[in-house]
Design a binder for this molecule. Structure first.
Ligand code: MN
Length: 285
């Protein structure tokens, strides 16, 4: 099942090039009182609601995907987690590019651990990435994004995939510079998630997916998640050793070689096998 959020706060099931509006099923989740839960209610209830979502989709007239403004499929994640330098070829690229002064920053993932992106950076493909610091380099990073479905506290790699709701394409946008990653990757709109949440059963093995990114039609990144230094189950084990993963939390699993700059006016096309494709514009903030 492919679940999208569009035109503000409507929800739909995607089938082919059409969307079936299932918003009424989701609206029942809104009856919450302060303090609201610190996780995404829809993702937390996705398994329970699935029969209702499927039934509502079957009854709803198809609307063409083209022309809908897609938002991030997860509205309210408690955490956006990033995996730095999780493909070996990208590590070599980063070391060559930045010189020995930044060795610590580009050390392998299992030494330096994961980072967090601010949830205020989250956006969907219906909105452009708005570049700040136009005098500095702003890079694209296409990644497989993992969406947690069940609370995960110190889970083993063996059990990890049972805690996944689904997957999406992630763009971990980055402004180059001396600040900590958590700052440079947290600029508003620098966490693109979309075009929808593809449920785990639809994707199958997350360790063997091709992914790519093109800028203005020119392919810049092309790889397979089979090349991940820390595969998805190990990433979930690693992260959940430090903090509890909540439903709706998103793990940006790392980017392959080929990262490069984008400038206002560019159009990025990101693709992940078994999930789909999204086009994202770039503008000046
Ligand atoms: Mn990244």
């Amino acid at each position: 099942m492919r679940l999208c959020r569009f035109d503000g706060n409507r929800f739909g099931i995607v089938r082919g090039a059409s969307v079936h509006d299932v918003t009424p099923v989701v609206e029942g989740l809104g009856k919450q009182a302060y303090p609201f839960p610190r996780y995404d209610l829809l993702v937390a209830n996705l398994e329970t609601l699935r029969p209702q979502l499927e039934a509502a989709a079957a009854a709803a007239a198809p609307v063409p995907l083209d022309g809908l403004r897609l938002n991030a499929p997860v509205a309210n994640p408690s955490k956006l987690i990033g995996a730095p330098v999780n493909y070996l070829l990208h590590l070599e690229e980063a070391q060559a590019d930045r010189g020995i002064n930044f060795d610590q920053q580009v050390a392998q993932i299992n030494t330096i651990g994961l980072f967090l992106k601010a949830t205020s950076a989250l956006t969907g493909p219906g909105n452009p990435v708005c570049l700040r610091f136009g005098d500095r380099r702003n890079d694209h990073e296409v990644e497989l994004a993992v969406i947690i479905g069940r609370r995960a506290d110190r889970v083993t790699a063996r059990d990890a995939l049972g805690h996944v709701a689904g997957y999406a394409i992630g763009l971990d946008m980055t402004v180059r510079g001396t600040e900590d990653r958590s700052m440079r990757k947290s600029v508003d709109s620098y966490a693109v998630l979309g075009p929808w949440l593809a449920t785990a059963d639809e994707v199958g093995d997350p360790g063997n997916l091709d992914l790519s990114l093109a800028v203005n039609g020119e392919v810049r990144q092309s790889a397979s998640t089979s090349e991940l230094v820390l595969p998805i189950p190990e990433l979930i084990e690693f992260a959940s050793r430090f903090y509890t993963l909540e439903p709706g939390d998103v793990i940006f699993s790392g980017t392959p070689a080929g990262v490069g700059p984008v400038t206002p006016g560019d159009k990025m096309t990101a693709w992940v096998e078994k999930i789909g494709e999204m086009k994202v514009g770039v503008e000046a903030a």
